[in-house]
Design a protein around this ligand. Structure first.
Ligand code: SAM
Length: 261
């Protein structure tokens, strides 16, 4: 197998080369018979090939045309690899899952990490779980709670729909070329439909966006365009609080209130 093209910065290509971290990711995914694994950005197959060896089949979504043929060649005799040559943001995970659920994984292109997370959220009910590698700074934001400096829109949006568990940190030296920052692996498990308490996803997203749009403002001021003070109080929140002090449940209660009269 030959991967001739040099890594493309524009596609966030930092290829994982350290066997220790590859093994830990494979262990974190821990595929079980019948699992439908879908990898985002297989690259040169660092995670793809060990998973194929273990599980026998996998679907990978890769945008870079130059990687497709060498990766298919590398998978020969290892397992059944299906490559979807597309921008992952254009992939309908619901269609990919059909009647069942998929398990998503990937060392994500860091320039697209938030859009990919929000895209996955839109299809959360088609996804059993996700094991992603991202910048550590993003994983810190995803898992943060109220009072933390990095608690924000990403934390609230993800935690309203998923359990978010940071797993381990990966240093720059584990990749070629090395990124400038530490990375981390995180597991996300979408809550079953019955446990999602957000009644109107769009209303919830609007409120969270407004609340954190100007994080130094009080809820009273930051939310003035989307709800009135009486609603903030009815949700059990103090209008003089700032968004970073409000727990995820508080935003859900506020978004679930009936519209103001
Ligand atoms: N999984 C490989 C590894 O761990 O070595 C590669 C990871 S690299 C950080 C990110 C991968 O995502 C690259 O293969 C890149 O070509 C691919 N990628 C970038 N943008 C993409 C997009 N919009 N849709 C699908 N794949 C994309």
């Amino acid at each position: 197998m030959t991967f001739k093209a040099p890594p493309k910065k524009s596609l966030g290509q930092h290829f994982l080369t350290d066997r220790h971290y590859i093994d830990r990711i494979v262990l974190a995914v821990d595929p079980r018979p019948g699992d439908r694994l879908v990898e985002i950005g297989p690259g040169q197959g660092a995670i793809t090939l060990p998973l194929l060896r273990k599980h026998g089949e996998l679907t990978a979504i890769e945008f870079d045309r130059d990687l497709i043929t060498p990766l298919m060649e590398a998978s020969e005799g290892v397992g059944r690899l299906t490559i979807v040559h597309k921008d992952v943001l254009q992939v309908d995970f619901g269609k990919l899952a059909g009647e069942g659920k998929i398990r998503l994984l990937g060392n994500l292109p860091y320039n697209l990490s938030s859009p990919i997370l929000f895209h996955a959220l839109e299809h959360a009910q088609a996804i059993g779980d996700m094991v992603f590698m991202l910048q550590k700074e993003v994983v810190d934001r995803m898992a943060a709670g109220p009072g933390s400096k990095v608690y924000g829109r990403l934390s609230v949006m993800l935690q309203a729909y998923c359990e978010v568990t940071p797993l381990f940190v990966v240093p720059p030296g584990a990749f070629r070329p090395p990124p400038k920052v530490d990375s981390a692996v995180v597991r996300m498990v979408p809550l079953p439909a019955g446990r999602v308490r957000v009644a109107d996803a769009r209303r919830f997203a609007d409120i969270v966006r407004a609340a954190f749009g100007q994080r130094r403002k009080t809820l009273r001021n930051a939310l003035s365009g989307v709800c009135d003070e009486a609603q903030i109080v009815a949700a059990g929140l103090r209008p003089e609080l700032r968004a970073e002090q409000v727990e995820v449940d508080g935003f859900i209660r506020l978004a679930n209130l009936p519209p103001a009269a």
